[in-house]
Each structure stands twice: as structure tokens, then as C-alpha cells.
Ligand binder design. Structure first.
Ligand SMILES: Cc1cc2nc3c(=O)[nH]c(=O)nc-3n(C[C@H](O)[C@H](O)[C@H](O)COP(=O)(O)O)c2cc1C
Length: 304
């Protein structure tokens, strides 16, 4: 499988092929000073992993980069007619290094399936994108406390009016919110417990869902997320039963809908789930389900 750089942002130069520019790319007036947003499909399958793109220069032939080249039919025309000409100018692209917040919520260790999957994903991801950074939080083994009376008083008190005691009461919550906001992407491993998330993960959610920090609401009661747009979340769940559409328990999945709803309130709506189901429904189902989840995981490394 081929992997490719995803973004642009830190003074890295690329060899850009014409078909790297999507139809939606805004036609610039001059390509000398132009920054493109590189999406995964901008780089061809034969492209090498991002670290090897450093120090590579990208040359644009201005006359070939007219607005009509950015239309859907542009790719073919350009490919047929273009050779690297002497008039190429050098353009620098910026590579954004992604920061991932990785969280596990199972109290189990190595036997935890959700933990195995999230770790496997991060390891594979890092092998392809070694410049990406990862913060790790193990809620299963180091749970965060439930909110208490002082926490609530602090959270709903304007920051400038908080006493030192209230500041202290909400310190961990502030740290967790900062951590959440600092990440570009999220990879979570979450078991299903009693149709939903384990209480450890719920305690975490209670800490990060903070009015005026991660969400707000208007007079109509409508929520407005304060997490900047464009973040992505990948959630590995592990479940003893099966909750796929058409199965007897399909209506009992309160985990995925809850996670979509609560992170949606914060403004995180690009959420992908990989469910390892049927883990307690016999060895054959378990192995098949694990194989499916691992296959989805491998695919996600190339497409997420
Ligand atoms: C307290 C508890 C509650 C559970 N509740 C459910 C449930 O409601 N539905 C389900 O399909 N599996 C349930 N399971 C099974 C777990 O989802 C399954 O064992 C999963 O593999 C746990 O995740 P882990 O392997 O990452 O620890 C429960 C397990 C425990 C320990």
C-alpha cells in the first residue's frame, strides 16, 4: 500500500504533479508566492513517505497553471502535454506535521482489544509519518477524577473571579482541555461497557466539555463547538456483542451515537469508527472480527 504526505505547512518542498491539484483548488494569480493545501490524494501512489520529501524542490511551469488547468479535465491535458521545462520556477510548499492525541480507556493491559488496535494504529502511522507527534493518555490505568462541587463552581465562574482554590479545582480540567485543543487528530481506544463508554472515559468527557472553553450555546439552546474546525477523530471500540445494522442488538448501541453527539457539541464532527465486535460470541466470530478490524485499521493508515 502506498502512503503519502497529507498537508502542507512547514517549509518543505515537494515534487508536485499536475494531478495533485484538486478541482477545488483556488486558481492563484501568481504561482511564485502560492501555498497549496495538499490533501492525501494530491500525491500519487508512487510517492514516498513524507520525510523523504524534504529538500525536494517543486517546480511549476507558470504557463501550464492557468485556472482551466484546475478543472476536472485538467489532469489529462496537463499530463499529456507537460515536460519539465526550463522555465519552471521553484515554489515552496509547507508541510504540516500532525499532532495526535492518543487515549486508551480500557482498564485491561495487553489483553485489551481496544488498546491493541489503537496502539497498532499509532505504531503503523508513526512508521509512515515519523515526524508526526503523539501525546498519550491512559485513562484505563490512570483515570481522571469525577467532577465535584468545587469543580462545578470553578467551571461556571468567570476566570477573572476564580479564587486560588477554584483555580486549583479546575487545573486538571484546564490541562486536559489544552491537550485536546493542541491536537490536530485524535485516536481513541474505547471498550463498550454496558452499551456505552466505560465510566473512565465518561469522567474524561466531563472534564473536557467546558462551557466557553470547548463549547458554548446560544439563546435557542443550540450548541456551538469551540474546538477549531478540521480536526479528525478515529475511534477503535471493542465490544463483546454485535451492534451492526440488522443484528438483534443494533438499537442498543449507545456508544457510537453518544460519542458522535458529545464530540459534535465540541465541534469535532469528522469521526471514524472501527468496531471490533463479537469478541465474546465464540472463537470463530472473534477471530473474524479481529481480522476485519485490523484490515480496516491498515486501510485507515492510508486514507485517514
Ligand atoms: C463491565 C463490562 C461491561 C460490558 N458491557 C458490554 C456491553 O454492554 N456490550 C458488549 O457488547 N460488550 C460488553 N462488554 C464486553 C467488552 O466490551 C469486551 O470484553 C471488550 O473486549 C472490552 O474491551 P477491551 O478488550 O479493550 O478491554 C463488557 C465488559 C465489561 C467488563
Amino acid at each position: 500500500m502506498a502512503y503519502w504526505p497529507r498537508y502542507a505547512n512547514n517549509q518543505t518542498t515537494f515534487n508536485l504533479q499536475p494531478n495533485h491539484l484538486q478541482p477545488s483548488t483556488k486558481p492563484p494569480s501568481t504561482f511564485n508566492q502560492t501555498t497549496f493545501n495538499l490533501q492525501p490524494n494530491h500525491l500519487q501512489p508512487s510517492s514516498k513517505p513524507p520525510s523523504t520529501f524534504k529538500q525536494t524542490t517543486f517546480n511549476l511551469q507558470p504557463k501550464n497553471l492557468q485556472p482551466n488547468h484546475l478543472q476536472p479535465n485538467y489532469q489529462k491535458t496537463f499530463n499529456q502535454t507537460t515536460k519539465p521545462p526550463s522555465t519552471f520556477r521553484q515554489t515552496t510548499f509547507n508541510l504540516i506535521m500532525t499532532h495526535i492525541l492518543h487515549i486508551d480507556a480500557s482498564p485491561r493491559g495487553d489483553r485489551s482489544i481496544s488498546r491493541q488496535l489503537s496502539n497498532r494504529f499509532i505504531q503503523t502511522w508513526k512508521s509512515f509519518y515519523p515526524d508526526d507527534t503523539v501525546s498519550y493518555r491512559d485513562l484505563g490505568h490512570n483515570p481522571v477524577p469525577h467532577v465535584d462541587e468545587k469543580w462545578i463552581a470553578a467551571a461556571f465562574c468567570p476566570p477573572e473571579k476564580r479564587t486560588p482554590e477554584l483555580v486549583e479545582a479546575i487545573k486538571l480540567s484546564d490541562t486536559l482541555v489544552d491537550e485536546l485543543l493542541a491536537a490536530d487528530r485524535y485516536v481513541f481506544g474505547i471498550p463498550m461497557y454496558n452499551l456505552n463508554v466505560p465510566s473512565t472515559f465518561k469522567a474524561y468527557i466531563d472534564q473536557i466539555v467546558r462551557v466557553n472553553r470547548t463549547f458554548t450555546f446560544d439563546q435557542t439552546g443550540k450548541y456551538h463547538g469551540l474546538v477549531p474546525q478540521g480536526k479528525k477523530m478515529l475511534i477503535f471500540t471493542a465490544r463483546g456483542g454485535s451492534f451492526s445494522p440488522g443484528t438483534p442488538s443494533a438499537d442498543y448501541d449507545y456508544q457510537e451515537p453518544f460519542l458522535r453527539a458529545i464530540f459534535g457539541v465540541l465541534g469535532i464532527t469528522d469521526i471514524t469508527f472501527i468496531h471490533a465486535e463479537k469478541l465474546d460470541l465464540g472463537e470463530e466470530s472473534r477471530q473474524q472480527s479481529l481480522a476485519n478490524a485490523r484490515a480496516e485499521l491498515e486501510k485507515a493508515v492510508g486514507t485517514w
